[in-house]
Design a protein around this ligand. Structure first.
Ligand code: GLN
Length: 549
């Protein structure tokens, strides 16, 4: 049977519980244990698929097509393993299961209550991944902050498990904040004391406190926290702000977070942590040899979390290419024919992001045209690929009305159309084409060169597709459909063979990029941006304007 580590958070949200949980999991994995992580979220949505990225950041799609919290992305990127629907549970899903059972008559005669029925279902799901012997340790991150009304049933379930399971099988790591008051020049422990008190009042006692801090915690502070919060001094862990999230596992290793857990759980079959690959990646990340600037065109650019996986994929691909990737956000709503050149000319590559709806669409199309005409590396993901198809239709093939029926239902040139099986779907949640599907790549294409393979699988999240009625016309005009679904013929990849690097994909390659296996398309795109940048710097500036680039 697996051991269970629960990670809770106190004082405030956004302390980076997901990163701490993923870092701890990474260290245990590096010591030879088999580990997985799951996240329990306290909101009522059955999954985050219906949430606006402004509210909740990106929706991360797993291999099996679950729409999940973006922290699962961190888990996969750190651990290089796949997660699944079982790794993300919300209050909504718990209630849905219990209510369905009630309707089926499973509780006939009984009053269905939060305790024990809801907490039983929470516990069942908390233990699920650890039951088939595949994992030595299951980490569970509890979303929200201790003290929230919504997360109470989750905390209550942890309390029951702490009581029901052998002592060494369950432990709780509590993440908290030690603020530094500049005026007093002092670190303050009171918020941590209060948050541990609040947790203890619910009957859950933390074994370890991980303390986020801007200043180092000296021994006096650690002693004070230990004393007031009733944990051992060695279990007060300092978590200093790091320059990159990928450094956090090494910081936690230095603080012996993994060893303290192993000792408490009485696990003895572990080795020295093997972090060679990780450290190799970090070295390259920290000491880049040059820099490229990529324009990210989207409509949610004010919020970094909305494109989390894309930004992290750039970090991975930058390290492989030994360049720093500077991502410049370009708001598509403000791009016009008149200002496009001024907005984009300093860039080394252009990525048009995934998205939904009409807002900012014309700006995206103008940006794609700029990249196509100027030989600037272009990478379109999902909606970005669809925009490239529309742009080519309008400006190269003379289909002036080319559009997606998502934006214009009555267009006379529906080059992007709703997928047939989507047309009958009325419900919004979990109904897109989701998860991993195979794609067959044409030999000799750019995609083939980038992947070094002709058969791949990638993850999806869309309702619209390239309209194959136009395929011949597009191919004749010079756009190559270089990747297709082998069963349905759905166009997965388009490219322009006459361009140095112009590629659009219907799927989301960013969802499979990890530290140990960066997404090939991002690696290829950054390589192309590097070459574009080299070429630019070798060219003599022809005007004052160019000299400013
Ligand atoms: N809105 C488009 C579709 O549904 C693209 C989706 C996306 O970019 N993820 O097909």
């Amino acid at each position: 049977m697996a051991k269970y580590i629960f990670v809770t958070g106190g004082v405030t949200s956004s302390l980076g519980k997901g990163i701490i949980a993923a870092s701890l999991a990474k260290l245990l994995q590096a010591r030879g244990l088999s580990v997985t992580i799951q996240k329990f979220d306290p909101y009522i949505n059955v999954d985050p698929g219906t949430l606006n990225p402004y509210e909740h950041g990106e929706c991360y799609v797993t291999e099996d097509g679950a729409e999940t919290d973006l922290d699962l992305g961190h888990y996969e990127r750190f651990l290089n393993i796949y997660s699944s629907q079982a790794n993300n549970v919300t209050t909504g899903r718990i209630y849905q299961t219990v209510i369905n059972k009630e309707r089926a008559g499973d509780f006939l005669g009984k009053t269905v209550q939060v305790v024990p029925h809801i907490t039983d279902e929470i516990k069942r799901r908390m233990l699920l991944l650890g039951e088939d012997g595949k994992f030595d340790v299951v980490l569970t991150e509890i979303g929200g902050t201790v003290g929230d009304i919504e997360s109470l049933p989750f905390i209550e379930a942890v309390r029951q498990l702490q009581w029901e399971l052998p002592e060494e099988d369950v432990m709780v790591v509590h993440l908290t904040l030690i603020p530094y008051l500049k005026a007093a020049k002092e670190l303050k422990t009171k918020p941590t004391q209060h948050s541990v008190k609040m947790l203890s009042e619910t009957g859950v006692h933390p074994d370890i406190l991980v303390c986020r801090t801007e200043e180092p915690l000296n021994n006096d502070i650690k002693r004070k926290i230990a004393l007031f919060c009733n944990v051992k001094q060695e279990a007060v862990i300092e978590a200093m702000d790091a320059s990159t999230i990928y450094e956090v596992p090494l910081l936690m290793l230095r603080e012996k977070l993994d060893l303290i857990c192993l000792r408490k759980m009485k696990i003895t079959n572990y080795g020295e942590p093997n972090l060679d690959k990780w450290k190799g990646f970090l070295d390259k990340l920290k000491y880049p040899k040059s820099k490229v600037t990529i324009g990210l065109i989207g409509k949610y650019i004010e919020l970094q979390d909305a494109y989390k996986s894309i930004l992290e994929s750039f970090v991975h691909a930058g390290a492989v290419n030994e360049v720093k990737v500077q991502v410049v956000n370009v708001h598509s709503e403000f791009i016009t024919d008149e200002n496009v050149s001024e907005k984009l000319q300093g860039l080394d590559g252009l990525l048009v992001a995934p998205g939904f709806g009409n807002r900012g669409i014309e700006g995206k199309i103008i940006a794609v045209k700029y990249a196509r005409v100027h030989g600037m590396p272009f990478f379109g993901i999902c909606l970005g690929m669809q925009m490239a198809v529309i742009e080519f239709g309008r400006n190269v093939m003379g289909l002036t009305d080319a559009h997606s029926t998502e934006m214009d239902k009555r267009t006379t040139a529906p080059v992007i159309n709703m997928m047939e099986e989507q047309k009958k779907i009325k419900m919004m949640g979990g109904t897109m084409r989701l998860g991993a599907y195979p794609c067959e790549i044409e030999s000799g294409s750019l995609a083939h060169q980038v992947y070094g393979a002709t058969e791949i699988t990638e993850r999806h999240r869309h309702r619209y597709e390239f309209n194959n009625d136009y395929l011949e016309q597009y191919q004749a005009a010079g756009m190559l459909a270089s990747g297709k679904n082998p069963e349905t013929g759905l166009v997965e990849i388009i490219e322009l063979p006459n361009h140095p690097f112009f590629i659009g994909v219907q799927y989301h390659p960013e969802l499979k990029s990890t530290v140990e296996s960066p997404a090939p398309l991002f690696v290829g795109f950054i390589d192309a941006a590097k070459k574009y940048n080299d070429k630019k710097s070798n060219q003599k500036p022809s005007s004052k304007q160019d000299a400013l680039i």
